[in-house]
Design a protein around this ligand. Structure first.
Ligand code: ADP
Ligand code: MG
Length: 320
């Protein structure tokens, strides 16, 4: 069996694509990175555990993609341009077929966004994957959760609830024709980080977050950090349609793993945002408005009745 160092060299050491930016990558005690003058460094880490974040036996190529994609999504939500990543991985066995597919999935996405893998750690243990990404953003244009103001519009990219519907289908809670199920499963396994959208929202959006825990919970984080409330019309939310309206609503409001962006912007930005949707060929839906505190999230159905916002996924909820 290959040694730890042999594994790292074979599967995780690829030449940096940008010599000027990555002074030193994998192979030394630390990487050396050059941040462009005037840029702030945006840093984010996410951990994926077998059995909790993905089923044991998940295809390794999809896992390599997703481990990086969920982190890149956090940079997208900051308006940052991804530059570098590190990978900490615990493996029960050094299965070369598995490692080869995992690293191919990870590097395919890294290459698309010009991200250099510049270091990490490799140990033996129950399968766990932690990626840290580093990106650059002009500090004054970073999209935080704290900038939403009363009167701002609330926008959502893409379609919500597809990943959750894909999970429900995979778990047998929902029967769908294969051609309907396939794109939902693809959303679950191969999410697309909205990097270009995040970059183009610099100077336009007042706040942003990516949807990892569900629309209601993630918009709730923006409201809390911004000290505001929101009025949202459920019928305006771009949601998955499986034929089961109650399931659709759960998936749209509380389904995680979509990695779309929720952002807020002043009403004067409507034309710019519509133009951006056309330029990027991505749907951007205006779903509600930010209100003054102390109002929280108010969700209205088509008749104007109030829908109780469901809770998002909380790893510690069962420990209360
Ligand atoms: P150290 O003991 O000094 O922390 P390691 O032996 O853990 O160094 O790692 C050797 C080199 O390989 C370091 O540059 C480290 O960043 C890199 N590395 C280790 N594991 C990975 C991995 N899974 N992906 C990318 N780089 C890795
Ligand atoms: Mg180490």
């Amino acid at each position: 069996m290959a040694s730890e160092f042999e594994l790292i060299r074979r599967f995780f050491d690829r030449p940096a694509r940008r010599g000027a930016r990555t002074l030193l990558g994998v192979g030394d005690d630390a990487a050396l990175l050059r941040v462009e003058p005037g840029m702030a460094l945006a840093v984010s880490t996410d951990m994926l555990l077998a059995g909790r974040h993905f089923p044991e036996g998940t295809a390794p190529g999809a896992l390599g993609h997703k481990a990086l994609a969920v982190n890149l999504s956090d940079l997208a939500a900051m308006g940052a341009t991804p530059r570098w990543a590190t990978l900490a991985i615990a493996l029960p066995v050094a299965d070369e077929g598995w490692l080869s597919a995992f690293s191919a999935g990870l590097f395919a996405l890294a290459q698309r966004f010009d991200v250099d893998l510049v270091g990490g750690d490799t140990t033996r243990g129950p399968l766990a994957i932690s990626v840290t990404v580093l990106g650059e953003v002009p500090a004054e244009h970073a999209l935080t959760r704290g900038g939403a103001r009363p009167g701002d519009d609330i926008w959502v990219s893409g379609v919500l609830g597809q990943a959750a519907a894909g999970l429900a289908e995979r778990q047998g809670q929902l029967r769908l024709a294969p051609q309907v199920a396939a794109p939902l499963r693809a959303r679950l396994e191969m999410p697309e980080p909205r990097i270009v959208l995040g970059e183009r929202l610099r100077g336009i959006a007042s706040a942003a977050i990516d949807v990892s825990d569900g629309f209601a919970a993630d918009l709730g984080h923006v409201l809390e950090r911004s000290g505001v409330g929101a009025l949202v019309h459920y019928a305006q939310l771009p949601g998955v349609r499986t034929g089961d309206a109650a399931l659709d609503m759960r998936c749209v409001l509380a389904g995680g793993d979509d990695y779309e962006l929720i952002f807020t912007a002043g009403q004067e930005a409507r034309a710019a945002i519509t133009a951006l949707a056309g330029a990027l060929d991505i749907s951007l839906s205006r779903v509600g408005a930010i209100q003054a505190a102390p109002m929280r999230l108010v969700l209205l159905d088509a008749q104007g009745g109030q829908i109780a916002p469901p809770a998002g996924y909380d790893h510690f909820a069962d420990l209360d």
